[in-house]
Design a protein around this ligand. Structure first.
Ligand code: HEC
Length: 471
């Protein structure tokens, strides 16, 4: 599994090397255009029939104008000759959308090249495998040649490098594409795909081979730039790391608890969301643990630029974004897009602001920061309080309105209850008067007591009536 993980990385790495080796061969403009405009996917020059006819003797068959017509628009030929396809046994040639200028250059190339007619399968891919630590060829290493038609793998041949580290694959078909795969110390390298240029019968390669090391003494972080922009609810941070492996071995790190190797590491705050590696690392090859993100891919000699982005959600008030330095760094630079004066950075020194593309950035920097040191970015979020201030009169008004309404409601219910009670009392007093009258008729009370009681009761009723009318 580890080997697979390394694989994609080295494909990219060796792509660069093989391009460097193969590209100078396309120095002739006509030849270059012949490759770039896909002619070579269907035609050879002097190497036999392919999808279309061999264009070796084309100047004997057509004049320049006619060849130009084929290149610009084969339908011109088809309508002139009333034959489609024109050459028996071939499909028609599609129109390719090539400019007149390029068509002319390709035509001149087809008429004026010095390409020799060749045997059909006579291509050669050869080269040397060089150990980058010693600068010498490596003997006895397995080299695989993979052959493709289109994207389909059609063949894989194995050779072992000789005492000078050399290898040579011959009798190769002109029309296939090829890549070279190397296995070394459990790592797999593979070059980008190559094809034979029309005027070149062999491809010569110099392939670098690196030893591996788990010692990080040659790994340096030259620079860490961070661009911090504050939005209403989040802080977006983009970070650029410029790493350098100054040794001559691939740095593969040491395995963690999960047995996956850990190479480069990056500090990312625990509450960071939407973490993305934009350049330099594969999002599938990283492991994130709390505040550290580890890479597991090997780091060959040379430089490596890593770009990552993430966001931190903002709370109301002060937000502290803690940043630990995990690898000694020569230059740390923070560019802060801060229109509202919300950001402050502790420990680092503040520089003059700069204007980049009409935007003003505050700057903080640190030199030769040691691993283990740290700094804090403080973002004060006042956007929420501003909203409250705007709403303040509305809130006060609402509170006042509500309290008046509630008090009114309470008094009204109280009054209602009062009247109800008073009426009940009145009823009771009336009943008492009736009973008193009956008792007097039966002579159960003497006259003076009766008069005195009745007078008091009547007064109570008058009092109650007064109260009811008041409410
Ligand atoms: C997709 C495949 C394809 C591509 C790409 C292609 N051709 Fe062709 N070409 C053909 C085929 C097939 C024929 C034969 C068609 C016919 O006879 O009607 C042909 C015919 C020709 C002929 C006439 C050959 C003869 O002997 O009569 C010329 C010249 C030619 N192509 C040049 C080019 C050039 C130059 C390019 C690149 C700019 C190009 N072709 C790209 C397929 C292709």
């Amino acid at each position: 599994m580890l080997i697979q993980k390394y694989n994609s990385y080295f494909i990219c790495l060796l792509l660069l090397f093989s391009l460097l080796n193969v590209l100078p061969a396309f120095s002739q403009t006509g030849s270059e255009l012949f490759m770039e405009n896909r002619c070579s996917r269907c035609h050879t020059i002097g190497r036999g029939r392919f999808v279309g006819p061999d264009l070796y003797n084309i100047s004997k068959k057509y004049n320049k104008e006619q060849v130009n017509a084929w290149i610009l628009n084969p339908d011109i030929i088809y309508s002139q000759t009333n034959k489609k396809p024109f050459n028996p046994g071939y499909p028609p040639m599609p129109q390719l959308g090539i400019t007149e200028h390029n068509a002319e250059l390709i035509t001149n190339f087809l008429f004026n090249n010095k390409i020799q007619q060749q045997k059909e399968n006579a291509g050669v891919i050869e080269g040397v495998l060089v150990n980058e630590s010693s600068g010498k060829g490596t003997e006895g290493n397995d080299i695989y040649l993979k052959s493709f038609i289109g994207d389909r793998l059609t063949d894989e041949k194995l050779q072992i490098t000789d005492e000078e580290g050399k290898f040579r694959f011959k009798d190769l078909s002109w029309v296939n594409s090829y890549s070279i795969k190397i296995k070394h110390e459990g790592l797999e390298y593979e070059t980008a795909k190559m094809v034979f240029p029309p005027d070149q019968g062999s491809i010569d390669l110099k392939l670098p081979l690196f030893e591996t090391t788990d010692n990080d003494s040659e790994i340096f972080l030259n620079l860490n730039h961070q661009i911090v922009s504050v939005a209403e609810k989040t802080v977006s941070i983009a970070e650029i790391y410029d790493y350098e492996n100054r040794g001559n071995s691939i740095y593969i790190g040491k395995p963690g608890d999960d047995n996956l190797r850990r190479t480069l590491k990056f500090y990312v705050p625990e509450n960071a969301i939407n973490l993305k590696f934009v350049e330099g690392l594969d999002n599938d090859e990283i492991q994130r643990e709390k505040t550290t993100v580890y890479d597991s891919s090997g780091f060959p000699p040379g430089r490596k630029r890593v770009v990552l982005t993430y966001e931190i959600p903002l709370e109301f008030g002060k937000n502290l974004i803690n940043k630990d330095v995990l690898t000694n760094v020569s230059t740390l630079l923070l560019l802060v897009d801060d229109q509202n004066g919300m950001v402050d950075v502790s420990t680092l020194s503040e520089l003059e602001p700069v204007t980049i593309e009409n935007k003003k950035y505050k700057r903080w920097s640190g030199n030769n920061l040691k691993s283990g040191s740290n700094y804090v970015i403080t973002v004060t979020n006042r956007s929420l309080s501003i909203k409250y201030i705007d709403l303040f009169p509305v809130i006060i008004f609402a509170v006042l309105f509500l309290s008046v309404f509630i008090i009114g409601l309470i008094t009204r219910t109280e009054n209602k209850n009062n009247v109800k009670n008073l009426l009940l009392r009145r009823d009771e007093i009336v009943k008492t008067i009736i009973t008193l009258d009956e008792e007097y008729k039966k002579n159960s009370v003497n006259e003076s007591t009766y008069k005195e009681k009745r007078y008091r009761l009547k007064n109570s009723i008058i009092e109650i009536d007064k109260k009811i009318n008041e409410d």
